[in-house]
Ligand binder design. Structure first.
Ligand code: CAA
Length: 383
């Protein structure tokens, strides 16, 4: 049976910071951010916008009333959870009006969780071909003002509808996963920001790609030549390129050029958004589908990486007519219509924390933003 991604969309909040402005404010050469890190803009959010806000806005772009009747599982991958116990997927299930006889839960392993959710969904559809699964990856990547990780922040969500006979990407059931207990990036309970060993995280990412890619090639007797494009988890756009360059070392120059050209198409959106943690690989996939010239039947490789660490390489085959399922115009309009913030506005927004224990009402025009908090329970602005 063919199982995979039937629909896919992303949502980012309507604000960004220009990386030249951030560099100048931090007394850094702007080329470090634009070239060295590979970021042009960074998405930022108001305190009244959380992972549920982003998840619901991304999912509403793709779901029809018929889908809502057929979905029997909602999985949210996140490392920015708003509750230690109750899953954001349960709130999302209600906000979206999905039929009641469904499972809804949250899943965690740093930036890998979106892929864990996708693979769980695929396994479920293989047993229940008539059902559909909503997979969402939603996060707020924050490292702190003037911190080393600041230029690699970002925020937003990806929503995917997983089904049998998918109309975008059929997954090839060829995953190779790798688990290693390494502290390169982690966030202990109670900490607002992650602990991160930046250089170790870069090295571990590159080595993890090399390990799963080598194992994948051996198990499946495949090489770069079998892929039309490879797309990566993108904590910042230079990262995937560094891993790719290391693996491409022994390839002919024209083969390197072919693969790198497609990588550039996969980072068009991330350059304007920053890190989405769990959603980053899938923002890269959307960017590739919407910005590269691709044809049905072509093979796409996907590298998922979550610090701590779990990595996975898997692949998919583009389905005939996939281009008719894309929401290119909506996505590009969304990015273009955001408001650029001054550094002062960004810092004020960053420091404006949600008072999770205070009973209060809020006034944010964004759909599914937090409308009030009462007894620590969040209510969201609905249609
Ligand atoms: N012009 C052009 N390039 C310049 C430059 C200039 N004026 N100045 C510096 N650069 C280059 C550097 O040469 C370097 O390039 P290479 O990596 O190719 O050597 C690049 O800019 C970055 O410079 P530094 O290494 O000095 O940057 P830094 O020490 O300030 O930190 C970072 C970079 C480690 C990524 C930091 O931003 C960070 O800790 N980020 C968070 C962690 C992270 O994203 N890790 C990625 C792997 S972990 C993961 O993938 C999971 C996840 O999502 C977090």
């Amino acid at each position: 049976m063919n199982v995979g991604i039937d629909k896919i969309s992303f949502f980012v909040p309507p604000y960004y910071v220009d990386m030249t402005d951030l560099a100048l404010a931090r007394e850094v050469d702007p080329n470090k951010f634009h070239i060295g890190i590979g970021q042009d803009k960074m998405a930022v959010n108001k305190k009244t916008q959380d992972i549920v806000t982003f998840a619901a806005n991304a999912a509403k772009n793709i779901l029809t009333d018929e889908d809502k009747k057929q979905i029997d599982m909602v999985i949210v991958g996140t490392e920015s959870g708003i509750d230690e116990s109750k899953a954001s997927a349960v709130v999302l299930h209600r906000l979206l009006g999905i039929q009641p006889f469904a499972r809804a839960f949250e899943i965690k392993e740093a930036c890998y969780a979106g892929t864990a959710a996708l693979q769980y969904a695929v396994a479920h559809i293989n047993i229940h071909p008539e059902s559909k699964v909503l997979v969402v990856a939603s996060d707020i990547a924050k490292y702190g003002l003037a911190s080393g990780g600041e230029p690699t922040q970002g925020v937003g969500a990806i929503a995917m509808l997983v089904s049998a006979d998918p109309r975008i990407l059929q997954l090839n059931n060829d995953s190779v996963a790798l688990t290693q207990d390494i502290y390169d990036f982690w966030r202990p309970v109670g900490h607002d920001y992650p602990m991160v060993d930046g250089q170790l995280s870069n090295e571990t990412y590159i080595q993890a790609f090399q390990k799963v890619w080598k194992e994948y090639q051996q198990r499946h007797k495949k090489s770069f030549a079998d892929f039309h494009a490879l797309t990566f988890h993108i904590p910042y756009t230079k990262m995937g390129k560094k891993a790719l360059l290391a693996a491409l070392e022994d390839e002919a120059p024209e083969e390197q050029e072919r693969i790198l050209a497609k990588y550039e198409a996969s980072i068009v959106y991330s350059r304007q958004v920053g890190n989405l943690y769990t959603g980053s690989l899938y923002l890269g996939l959307i960017s590739l589908l919407e910005n590269a010239k691709l044809k049905a039947g072509e093979q796409i490789g996907l590298f998922s990486y979550g610090s701590g660490t779990v990595a996975e390489f898997f692949s998919g085959t583009l389905v005939g007519g996939f281009e008719n399922q894309l929401l290119t115009e909506l996505h590009q309009k969304q990015l273009a219509e955001r408001k650029g913030l001054s550094i002062t506005e960004y810092e004020e927004m960053f420091n404006d924390h949600l008072e999770v224990d205070a009973d209060k009402e809020y006034d944010d025009a964004l759909l599914y933003s937090i409308a009030s908090i009462s007894n620590t329970v969040r209510t969201y602005k609905e249609d």
